[in-house]
Design a protein around this ligand. Structure first.
Ligand code: NAP
Length: 332
């Protein structure tokens, strides 16, 4: 039996993968998304998106559902629970995408596996890792379990600020730890956070220059050891939960034998055309070098990768053009 050959297989069904699928399937390329869990990636756990044009405010799951419906309308096939374990270039020039229980053949690949929560590495983090025991990486998912309880949140980026504001709607008290004096998050969010913390009878306390060195408890989280990195003082902060929002790491382990990665695991690419080190394999989204790590730029990356793919199919010499300047623009 001959196997179907896809025009493009997109690995990862988050915003980047869905952006790529929209353009690829509208070009009538036979398009397959392979998704380890279900479409959406990390944005699924965001309860308030205010920086995606056209939507004053929308939650991640609703936005992804709209994107998924849209790509399926144009013919994209989506396989869920399909974990890719590697890529293989075949003698025919086609690419084999190997999954746990299956393998697919395609002319080209767009990698958009996204990223995962970065761990803090503190003692107790693994032991209490579950909403029931007290350690969580997702305020949107787990905040309701901490209604009228005290929690600690950690981090200073957009995620930490947004999720801490969300936690403060449920918890009786939120102690937010940031290891520096300045937040990395967007100013507009920091202003909202600071205003909330300064409001009379606020349930939100921000501790600057503070890190969590251990999470402690008997069977479940009961306190966080908090160290002030400027003064060296250490204090036990009683809490029922610790929410960790210290960034993300790319989901690229399965690619280490096929495409070049940086030491931190990001997929190396030429940022103008999103080509990886393996001919016929493009990249889009948070997992690549130079990514802006925004929802909107992830979607745009997927679109750019799909447009680059079109150039690649149109001109066989396109991939090997040494200089980006040698290439024709992919837009019109
Ligand atoms: P991030 O921007 O990388 O921020 C991570 C934060 O965690 C930083 O404040 C960092 O501190 C802190 N941190 C890292 N390691 C730590 C450790 N071991 N102990 C204590 N603190 C630690 O990560 P993110 O907030 O998850 O955001 C990831 C990307 O998604 C960003 O580009 C962000 O803009 C984007 N994002 C966008 C939106 C939106 O557009 N609405 C929402 C969420 C996320 P330092 O600042 O000192 O390094």
């Amino acid at each position: 039996m001959t196997q179907d050959v896809y025009d493009v297989i997109i690995i990862g069904g988050g915003p980047a993968g869905l952006g790529a699928a929209l353009y690829a399937s509208r070009d009538r390329y036979k398009t397959l998304i392979l998704e380890k869990y279900f479409p959406g990636g990390q944005i699924m756990t965001t309860d308030r998106i205010e920086n995606y044009p056209g939507f004053e405010s929308i939650d991640g799951a609703s936005l992804i559902m709209k994107m998924q419906n849209q790509v399926e309308t144009f013919g994209t096939e989506i396989k869920t629970s399909a974990e890719v374990t590697g890529l293989k270039k075949l003698d025919s020039g086609l690419i084999q995408v190997v999954c746990d229980e299956d393998a697919y053949v395609t002319r080209a690949v767009i990698l958009s596996p996204g990223s995962s929560y970065r761990k803090l590495g503190a003692p107790g983090e693994e032991e209490f890792r579950s909403a029931g025991a007290g350690v969580s990486y997702c305020g949107t998912c787990d905040a309701p379990f901490f209604r009228d309880k005290e929690v600690v949140s950690i981090g200073g980026g957009n995620t930490a600020v947004e999720e801490t504001l969300h936690l403060a709607k449920y918890a009786s008290k939120v102690t937010m730890l940031h290891r520096r004096e300045e937040f990395r998050a967007a100013r507009v969010l920091v202003e909202e956070l600071e205003a909330k913390a300064q409001a009379p009878d606020s349930n939100l306390v921000i501790r600057y220059n503070s890190v969590c060195t251990a999470i402690e408890g008997d069977g479940k989280c009961q306190s966080a050891k908090v160290k002030n990195v400027k003064t060296g003082t250490v204090e036990d902060v009683p809490c029922d939960g610790v929410f960790i929002f210290v960034g993300t790491v790319p989901n690229t382990d399965f690619l280490k034998d096929s495409v070049e990665l940086t030491e931190a695991g990001f997929i190396k690419c030429d940022t103008a055309r999103l080509r990886t080190s393996m001919p016929g394999v493009f990249v889009a989204g948070d997992c690549r070098t130079g990514a802006d790590m925004q929802l909107i730029t992830a979607v745009a990356d997927g679109v750019s990768a799909a447009m680059a793919l079109k150039e690649y199919y149109r001109d066989p010499n396109w991939w090997t053009a040494k200089e980006v300047e040698d290439m024709q623009p992919s837009g019109f």
